[in-house]
Design a protein around this ligand. Structure first.
Ligand code: HAM
Length: 426
């Protein structure tokens, strides 16, 4: 295919059965969030560009990874690179600050970042996210972390290794920032180009550098600069999470790449993903809603990369299979087979029938590949208002009266191993 017609770099077509794994993951994520009382929120996948500028102009996803365009009406729009700013905008615009507190919101959908394409780093990825508004208590942070852990555990990733840090607040962070800048400025010549830029624009991200790791080992530690409130906040979050049996450890270098965080930041990786790739990450961002001209509200949340989760969990997370029935037919009975299939679907039974008018042998070959049970419509049985049923699980076949058919099929599908109907082996 001509390169101009191919899908854009860094995007994917999600084909079956992978598409069904996505679907199953979505159901698990949403059901798990409901266990905690979260409500589902849908926001547009594009917003006015100013919405995402609130994430912070020194953030990579805002600075040089934006998919922005001016529409025919001259409006500057951006495909959402993340969900938190969009939720904050919706929170303020819909007056959700008047709703009962705490407000617990979840979302699921595509995010767009013009990143350098590489394994598990896409230009369109899917996030499941949660945002909890209205509580500055450490319990809100721990609830968010516990929800994210429970979701990944439900999918088969047991004992997620939660790394947490506190980047302090408006009172203590400036002192730390100054100490960090002094420390790194004295070593400016040894720094990589990125870190020289960070030193000017976003010094906390110096800790995040994957190149200058030796220098950061003797850098000032945030923990030595936390004010009393920040110190007791992170200690309470960690105590709460570990008291329910979840491992959690402090990572002194964790700062995260988004500018809106205050205090808590956390991330979870996975051995299959390499050291710099998170399955989910999040933190507290108490100042964001005020930047949308709404009343300031404390908030904390996470975003989870679904492609990364599914890649980490691999084949241990197979899609649910519909226990399919295939309605085959003898020559001349294709129409009746389709009617029969439709009647079975009325009974919520997943059913296919042949649409190519193939030989019975070819139909049964296909049925054997995809179905649990095959029916054969036509012939003497059909005249006697019965139908032949083949069970591929055990090779048995049965003659079943049409009026008993739905019940019979449901019974067979309910218990694959049992044979209570006296079928004969083929
Ligand atoms: P984030 O760390 O930028 O945070 O993204 C959250 C998660 O999305 C990452 O941990 C990762 O699993 C996945 N992800 C991000 N970029 C990509 C990509 N290019 N390809 C594949 N997966 C990716 C946020 O977006 C914040 N809004 C999270 C948050 C919510 N903080 C507070 N509330």
């Amino acid at each position: 295919m001509n390169a101009d017609l191919q899908r854009p770099k860094g995007t994917q077509d999600i084909l079956p059965p992978e598409s069904w794994r996505f679907d199953k993951m979505r159901r698990i994520a949403l059901d798990t969030a409901r266990l905690y009382g979260f409500e589902l929120l849908e926001t547009p996948i594009f917003e006015q560009t100013q919405v995402f500028m609130r994430v912070g102009e020194s953030t990579d996803i805002v600075q040089h990874e934006r998919y922005s365009f001016i529409d025919a009406g001259g409006v500057d729009l951006t495909l959402r690179p993340e969900g938190t700013a969009a939720v904050a905008r919706a929170y303020v615009q819909n007056g959700m600050y008047n709703w009962p507190k705490p407000l617990k919101l979840i979302y699921w959908g595509p995010m767009f970042r013009r990143e350098r394409p590489q394994a598990d780093r896409y230009r369109q990825h899917t996030q499941f996210g949660a945002e909890l508004y209205g509580s500055e208590d450490p319990g809100a942070d721990s609830e968010i972390i516990l929800l994210a852990c429970r979701v990944v555990e439900q999918v088969g990733l047991t004992n997620p290794d939660v790394r947490i840090n506190s980047i302090g607040c408006a009172i203590c962070r400036p002192n730390y920032r100054k100490a960090l800048v002094d420390y790194y400025s004295a070593r400016r010549d040894e720094l990589c180009q990125d870190c020289q830029n960070r030193l000017e624009k976003n010094p906390l991200r110096l800790l995040d550098c994957k190149v200058d790791v030796a220098i950061r080992q003797t850098a000032p530690d945030l923990a030595d600069y936390w004010c009393d409130d920040c110190k007791s906040h992170i200690e309470s979050v960690m105590a709460q999470v570990s008291q329910v049996g979840r491992p959690i450890r402090r990572d002194p270098y964790l700062v995260r790449g988004l500018d809106y965080y205050t205090r808590t930041v956390f991330e979870v990786g996975h051995p299959s993903q390499g050291p710099n790739t998170a399955l989910f990450g999040g933190g507290r961002y108490d100042g964001l809603s005020a930047s949308f001209e709404g009343p300031g509200a404390p908030a904390v949340g996470f975003g989870m990369g679904i492609e990364r989760i599914l890649s980490a969990v691999g084949d241990q997370f197979p899609p649910d299979e519909a226990p399919l029935i295939y309605v085959a037919h003898l020559p001349g009975f294709m129409g009746q087979a389709q009617i029969m299939a439709e009647q079975l679907r009325n009974q919520q039974l997943a059913t296919e029938s042949d649409l190519l008018d193939r030989s019975l042998k070819a139909q049964l070959r296909e049925a054997g590949k995809k179905a649990r049970l095959a029916l054969i419509v036509g012939g003497r049985e059909w005249e006697q208002k019965t139908v032949q049923v083949k069970d591929f699980a055990n090779g048995q076949q049965h003659i079943v009266e049409l009026e008993n058919l739905p019940l019979f099929l449901k019974d067979r599908l309910r218990d694959e191993s049992q044979d209570t109907n006296g079928g004969s082996n083929l």
